[in-house]
Design a protein around this ligand. Sequence first.
Ligand SMILES: NC(=O)c1ccc[n+]([C@@H]2O[C@H](COP(=O)([O-])OP(=O)(O)OC[C@H]3O[C@@H](n4cnc5c(N)ncnc54)[C@H](O)[C@@H]3O)[C@@H](O)[C@H]2O)c1
Length: 329
Amino acid sequence: MHFIVTGGAGFIGSNLVRELQQRHPGAWISVIDDFSSASFSNLSGFAGDVVARPCEELDWERHFGRARVDCIYHLASITDTTVQDQRLMVERNVEGFRRLLDYAQSRGMRVVYASSAATYGLAEGLMHEDQVPAPANVYGFSKAVLDNLARHAARNGMPVLGVRYFNVYGPGEAHKGRMASMVYQLYLQMKAGQRPRIFRSGEQARDFVYVKDAVAGTLAAGDGGAPGAYNIGSGASLSFNSLIAALNSALGTGLEPEYIDNPYIGAYQNNTQAELSRSQAELGYSPQWPADKGIADYVSWLEAGCPTLSCWQEPQAPVREVAVPEAFV
Ligand SMILES: NC(=O)c1ccc[n+]([C@@H]2O[C@H](COP(=O)([O-])OP(=O)(O)OC[C@H]3O[C@@H](n4cnc5c(N)ncnc54)[C@H](O)[C@@H]3O)[C@@H](O)[C@H]2O)c1
């Protein structure tokens, strides 16, 4: 088997690569990543190929022309949602996908690409896939264009599926800095003994989805299901106050939130939640990590000194002998 993962040295991409390698020990995996927002350590011990090129510049024919590819997972993207340069955001995110689609379509390959809940914009509450896109920033806009291109390709018979991630958290996100999840940001503050700082009143809520569930949903889209976009969330909405309570419980601390005024009132999303009936029915997606369980698992991984990464650093074992990192079983 042969899989291509763009953005495979990033947060979700490296977790996906690891899971693919575990599920298909004999498979050849090609990662395409320009390392603009990645960490090589996410791929330590990885037994496949890495092409360090931006997707929008890659000559797909030259690299993969004769290869039989089972699925291309396209996760490469500018992920800094605060980037204001509209041309840069749209050009990089959209043109890379267009090139990939051109190549995959001519060879009838299956493609799963990362869409985002950002396409829903500031909408509140349960979000379903048929909602009219209303992106509130150019990042969300670029993802909505990916959805449009995919819909167009699907009309021409191409098996292309979008996974619309909500707020993903988990091992391998540290390189994202201020773009890492609130789970990680608040963990760092609390680990340093500080009271976690959040906007008043702390009852704003997000659909936080553990990366293991995000990966499971992505693989399910690679395995089957009709073309289209699919929500990949936990299906639940967790308030920041509850998130802090879960972190206190996992860390054995009792730190009270420190509330600060929200400067974005009127342009701030109070609540997000993925409606999952389509992903459940079509992909068989069923999240296994409710917030308390996912956060406890993540914190124990962090507290153990990120053991998966050191596990991956074991000397170039043949693919079949790569140890299964416990944190990812
Ligand atoms: N993390 C989340 O909560 C979340 C939510 C919604 C959607 N997504 C989407 O999921 C995907 C993965 O996000 P992530 O959280 O792992 O972020 P990430 O920044 O860790 O991963 C993105 C990866 O893509 C690479 N990359 C960026 N532009 C590239 C290009 N033009 N060519 C090749 N490689 C490029 C980066 O180096 C990085 O490795 C992205 O498409 C992102 O938009 C993530």
